[in-house]
Design a protein around this ligand. Structure first.
Ligand code: F6P
Ligand code: MN
Length: 322
């Protein structure tokens, strides 16, 4: 089993980018420990605050955000950061070459039930000479990402990472505090019989998604002629990890439940990094009408519809949207 830097060096990954990834992972190791301590360290439960997106912040949202923010800004490797838990971007080293967008603890409602949570991150090059305090440096499409990944805090702590040369899994050896390569080049199977969607929103979906899911549920007596199984972890990081491991389709589609919030998942630090990991493993990531990584963002907390996973199944779903 190989450690992380030699693997990335072999890919021709710049040393500075490797150091930045190691910095993100240093924070994630600490988060893994804190999440693992659970009730023992008094970190479960909510704060009295809401984030800019109107979501109640969990104590762990605040703690993990602070950890990542401090360690990234102190490292000198980042020009600016954008976080789900920060209202605005935060300026870093003006001479640094990279910017990082992150969701410090995806699926944080799962913390109180000892279920899956994870950190999602996206790294892009900072435009040359740009002002670190200018949020427009983050207004780049996901195809500009130079690295993307997540760290899933489950029964084991697993890193999924891509620097544009495939998607790899590393497992945290908690005895030595090192991420070891445990799967080179993950591949999402093209075919699947598994789907993930919050079915309680069904009546609010658009007709295309209603029709697609109805046909899956109809099983072997319906137009698809076979049975499908459903899974929903309520943490994108857990659902996407399952899709990367054994295939499937994961979607959080547009809905009309709240007219002010037609989409749930955030482009910069949820949809884009997951899209890169999925595409690098041979899958597809779309909004239903366009490739996620082609979207030109216009706000740091912008939300998008997400349909991603096994190539053939996502294409079938997209055919309902034409
Ligand atoms: O970050 C948003 C998120 O928590 C995702 O991780 C997850 O897929 C989704 O929201 C869960 O939403 P719902 O509340 O509809 O289950
Ligand atoms: Mn999230």
């Amino acid at each position: 089993m190989r450690r992380l830097p030699p693997v990335l060096l072999e890919d021709g990954c710049p040393r500075e980018l490797i150091s930045l990834i190691r910095t993100v992972l240093a924070a994630c190791k600490e988060i893994s420990f804190r999440v693992g301590q659970g009730a023992l360290s008094g970190v479960l439960g909510s704060t009295l605050d809401e984030n800019i997106q109107g979501e109640t912040q969990k104590k762990l949202d605040v703690l993990t955000n602070q950890l990542l923010k401090d360690i990234l800004l102190e490292s000198g490797y980042v020009k600016a950061i954008a976080s789900e838990e920060e209202d605005f971007t935060v300026a870093g080293n003006p001479d640094a070459n990279y910017i990082v967008a992150f969701d410090p603890l995806d699926g944080s409602s799962n913390t109180d039930i000892n279920s899956l949570v994870g950190t999602i991150f996206s790294i892009m090059a900072a435009p040359e000479g740009a002002d670190p305090a200018d949020p427009s440096i983050f207004m780049q499409p996901g195809k500009n990402q130079v690295a993307a990944g997540y760290v899933l805090y489950g029964p084991s702590t697993v890193l999924a990472l891509t620097t544009g040369k495939g998607t790899r899994f590393f497992t945290l050896d908690k005895t030595h505090g090192t991420f070891l390569l445990t799967q080179d080049f993950a591949t999402v199977p093209e075919e699947t019989s598994e789907f993930a969607i919050n079915a309680s929103n069904q009546r609010h979906w658009q007709p295309a998604m209603q029709n697609y899911i109805n046909d899956l549920i109809a099983g072997d007596t319906g137009p698809r002629g076979r049975n499908f199984n459903m899974r929903w972890i309520a943490a994108m990081v857990g659902d996407v990890h399952r899709v990367l491991c054994r295939g499937g389709i994961f979607t959080y589609p547009t809905d009309t439940k709240d007219p002010n919030k037609p989409n749930k998942l955030r482009l910069l630090y949820e949809a884009n990094p997951m899209a890169m990991l999925i595409e690098q493993a041979g899958g597809i990531a779309s909004t239903g009408t366009e490739r996620i990584m082609d979207i030109q963002p216009d706000a740091i907390h912008q939300r998008v519809a997400v349909i991603l996973g096994s190539k053939n199944e996502v294409e079938t779903c997209l055919s309902y949207h034409k």
